[in-house]
Design a binder for this molecule. Structure first.
Ligand code: ZN
Length: 141
C-alpha cells in the first residue's frame, strides 16, 4: 500500500461528517471510535481506496462483517447492501415518526436494516435517549 493510511482514515472520517454512514450515529454520542469499514470487504477483493471505505460504528461494522448482500424481507430477493459511496442514505432509508427506528424505503434499504440490525434493542434505547436530549434524529441530505 503506497498511501499513508492515517491520512486516508482522517479523510474518510471527515467525509462522513464524523457519523456512521449506515445508522448515522455521531462520534460525539458514542463511546467507541467509529471505525473504517471496507464497503466491499478485503476478503472479497475490496480495495483500500477511499472509494471503497466508509465510516461505521462498532455495531454496524460488526453486523456487516463480510456481508455484501442480504434478503429483502418484503420480496424475499437477495439484494446488495446499501453502499454509502454510491447511494444516498435518504433515498434508501428514513427515520420512523419517533426517530428511534430506521425504516428501509427500498429493497436495498430493507435488506440493510435487517443485515446490520440497525434497529437492535440497544440502538433503539440509545436513540430514544438522544431524542430526549434533543440530539436526534439528524437532518439527512
Ligand atoms: Zn452505525
Amino acid at each position: 500500500m503506497t498511501h499513508n493510511f492515517e491520512n486516508i482514515k482522517q479523510r474518510v472520517r471527515q467525509r462522513a461528517g464524523n457519523r456512521c454512514e449506515y445508522c448515522l450515529c455521531h462520534q460525539d454520542y458514542v463511546m467507541g471510535w467509529l471505525q473504517i469499514d471496507h464497503v466491499i470487504p478485503t476478503v472479497k477483493d475490496g480495495s483500500d481506496d477511499e472509494d471503497n471505505l466508509c465510516l461505521a460504528c462498532e455495531f454496524c461494522n460488526q453486523y456487516k462483517w463480510t456481508k455484501t448482500d442480504s434478503v429483502d424481507p418484503q420480496s424475499g430477493q437477495w439484494v446488495p447492501l446499501f453502499n454509502p459511496r454510491r447511494q444516498s442514505w435518504a433515498e434508501h432509508f428514513s427515520w420512523s415518526k419517533s426517530g428511534a427506528e430506521i425504516i428501509g424505503l427500498t429493497a436495498i434499504g430493507r435488506a440493510t436494516v435487517i443485515a446490520l440490525r440497525l434497529n437492535n434493542a440497544l440502538a433503539i434505547t440509545v436513540r430514544q435517549n438522544w431524542i430526549n436530549a434533543g440530539w436526534h434524529p439528524p437532518v439527512v441530505k
